[in-house]
Write a protein that binds this ligand. Structure first.
Ligand code: SF4
Length: 259
């Protein structure tokens, strides 16, 4: 139950089970979550649950300065990140200057740690914005969420706060022409008496069909690691994740599993 907010623009470095030594970027306010989804497993809590509603997103200049200072300090200590990861207290592409922030980050990465990758973890809700898509095409790891191939499961798990259209989302993901990674959170248990499980045969079959349309360069599957807003949610066993990965690999997808 004890979800948390990131209290800095640049946080870490942390050892990410999926990405390596990761320097985190939070383009959302440091004291509240802002997201176009409200996933029932969100480690930042449910929308509006934590924090101070007056919190503002940092400006482009504040983000650039914070990242520059952090990279300079890391270099002084003989450290370099493997990856600079945009995640934080919500959906990073909601930042009004997202594409310029990405340009600044590429410039700083090239100056201070040219081997580091730049990753964005996104829920795909802003792929109707050409400048967001262009920015995502400039980075190394464009990681987009797709938790099921069934609309009803996504509505239950991810609770988008806009009129979500799965077919449109799949077409937007397909338009990256393979320059993307799909991330899928598998979760089980129940929420307010409703059964939660996106590992059903119907979910997996439709998810595989969606992957077949999208043709991502890689698929990352994982399960909950930290506290979630509902403590009735459960991790999906590692064996089950490997079973799902095996089926996806047989269909020709490169899959990584984090349990
Ligand atoms: S998309 Fe990410 S930040 Fe937004 S609610 Fe879901 S898990 Fe939380």
């Amino acid at each position: 139950m004890s979800t948390f907010l990131f209290d800095e623009i640049v946080f870490g470095p942390v050892n990410s089970r999926r990405l390596g030594v990761s320097l985190g970027m939070n383009l959302l306010p440091v004291n509240r979550k802002i997201c176009s989804f409200d996933c029932i497993y969100c480690e930042c809590g449910l929308n509006g649950e934590l924090g101070d509603k007056s919190g503002q997103m940092p400006t482009r200049t504040e983000v650039k300065t914070a990242l520059k200072v952090k990279l300079q300090n890391m270099l002084k200590d003989g450290l370099k990140p493997d990856v600079i990861t945009f995640a934080g207290n919500g959906e990073p592409t909601l930042h009004p200057d997202f594409s310029n922030v990405i340009d600044d980050t590429i410039e700083l990465r090239d100056t201070f740690c040219p081997e580091a990758r730049i990753a964005v973890l996104s829920n795909g809700s802003r792929l109707n914005k050409p400048n967001v898509v262009e920015a995502l095409l400039k980075i190394d790891d464009n990681i987009q969420k797709l938790d099921s191939g069934l609309t009803e499961t996504i509505l239950r798990l991810d609770q988008p706060n806009y009129p979500f259209n799965l077919e449109k989302t799949i077409q937007q993901l397909k338009a990256f022409n393979g320059q993307l990674i799909i991330q899928t959170m598998f979760v089980a248990g129940e929420m307010n008496g409703v059964n939660i499980d996106n590992t059903t045969e119907a979910d997996i079959n439709s998810w595989l069909e969606a992957l077949n349309e999208i043709q991502p360069e890689k698929v990352m599957i994982y399960t909950i690691e930290r506290d979630t807003p509902y403590n009735s949610l459960k991790k999906v066993p590692l064996e089950k994740l490997h079973e799902i990965a095996k089926i996806a690999k047989e269909k020709g997808f490169a899959v990584s599993v984090s349990g």
